[in-house]
Design a protein around this ligand. Structure first.
Ligand code: NAP
Length: 293
């Protein structure tokens, strides 16, 4: 569907907001922009955007308004002023935050008569406007469907569900995965460096392992959803012995052992609770509750 005539507004022209506005312009949308520091609109105006003199004016110009500022506090400061009329507007907040902030913002927008979708950008500015930029959305499905095609100008748009907190939750879940994979790789890289192995030599091997482990996820997810963890591959106590080995090896060659010790401590607690004969994903029980230091 060609909807490039749909007028859009972008509020917040930092690195990400500028990239979002550029992507809309490139897709042919009449694009209105507003930023606290007005000079950040100059290049976009030269490229065809219209700079709104006030936020109120910016909100009236677009069929939808993207908000992308530093944090939710900034968003509330900007849009919370009594003279800003939100009634009848469609807000899509791509500012990063947590799920509580997103749910509160959805409630706040509803009270002000605005439609509201929350979003999370899993991309860097240079990829915005390409399929590589994954942008997550949550909130009322009808609002997402109504604007899906326009939002498609920004990247690969994904709808997660009606709970407005979902986009933020998926965002941090993705970060947890990213850092865990990178940290595990760095641990192995440091270990191998003690034997003179370059990071580049280990990287393809590590990549193969990460890809192989990723393939276990759907089956392990079924175990978690069923709440049953038969040891089809290995029992947690077998894994825990390998963890001890990793700790000993790290300490013996003078490499940081904090991370494997942390993982082993969780496994030990699960074993002490009687789960040693079950499969690794039984650790979800440790991950699902707070840990008192
Ligand atoms: N950059 C990335 O790679 C990336 C990736 C994913 C998600 N994000 C998210 O996108 C959002 C924006 O990031 P960014 O990289 O564009 O940040 P940025 O370059 O630091 O820009 C911040 C923007 O917020 C505005 N702002 C901050 N406080 C304000 C206030 N009190 N009142 C009015 N405007 C205010 C700034 O206005 P001024 O120009 O007037 O200071 C500017 O437009 C963040 O939530 C970030 O986490 C960024």
């Amino acid at each position: 569907m060609n909807n490039s005539d749909t007028p859009v507004t972008v509020i917040g022209l930092g690195l990400m907001g500028q990239a979002l506005a550029r992507a809309f312009l490139k897709a042919g949308h009449p694009t209105t922009v507003w930023n606290r520091t007005t000079s950040k609109a100059d290049q976009l105006v030269a490229d065809g955007a219209r700079s709104a003199p006030t936020i109120a004016d910016a909100l009236k110009a677009g069929s939808l308004t993207i908000v992308c500022v530093t944090d939710y506090q900034a968003m509330h400061e900007l849009l919370g002023a009594s003279e800003v009329e939100l009634d009848g507007t469609m807000l899509i907040n791509l500012t990063s935050g947590d799920s509580t902030q997103a749910r509160e913002a959805a409630h706040w927008a509803e009270q002000r008569g605005a439609r509201y979708l929350d979003g999370a950008i899993m991309a860097i500015p240079s990829t915005v406007g390409t399929a590589e930029a994954v942008i997550l959305h949550s909130g009322p499905r009808s609002d997402f469907e109504a604007h899906k095609s326009t939002l498609g100008a920004l990247g690969t748009t994904t709808y997660l569900g009606a709970d407005p907190g979902l986009a933020s939750l998926y965002d941090v879940a993705g970060l947890a995965m990213m850092w865990s994979v990178l940290n595990a790789w760095l641990q192995g890289t440091a270990l191998l460096a003690t034997a003179g192995v370059d990071a580049a030599a280990y990287a393809p091997f590590a990549q193969q392992i990460a890809t192989g482990v990723a393939e276990w996820l759907p089956g392990y997810a079924e175990q978690i959803d069923r709440g049953s963890f038969p040891p089809e591959v290995s029992a947690l106590e077998t894994d825990a012995r390998a963890m001890a080995h990793l700790i000993e090896e790290s300490e013996a060659v003078g490499v940081n052992a904090e991370l494997p010790k942390l993982i082993k401590a969780m496994a030990d607690r699960s074993i002490a609770a009687g789960h040693g004969g079950q499969q690794y994903p039984v650790l979800i029980e440790e991950f699902s509750k707070p840990h008192d230091d």
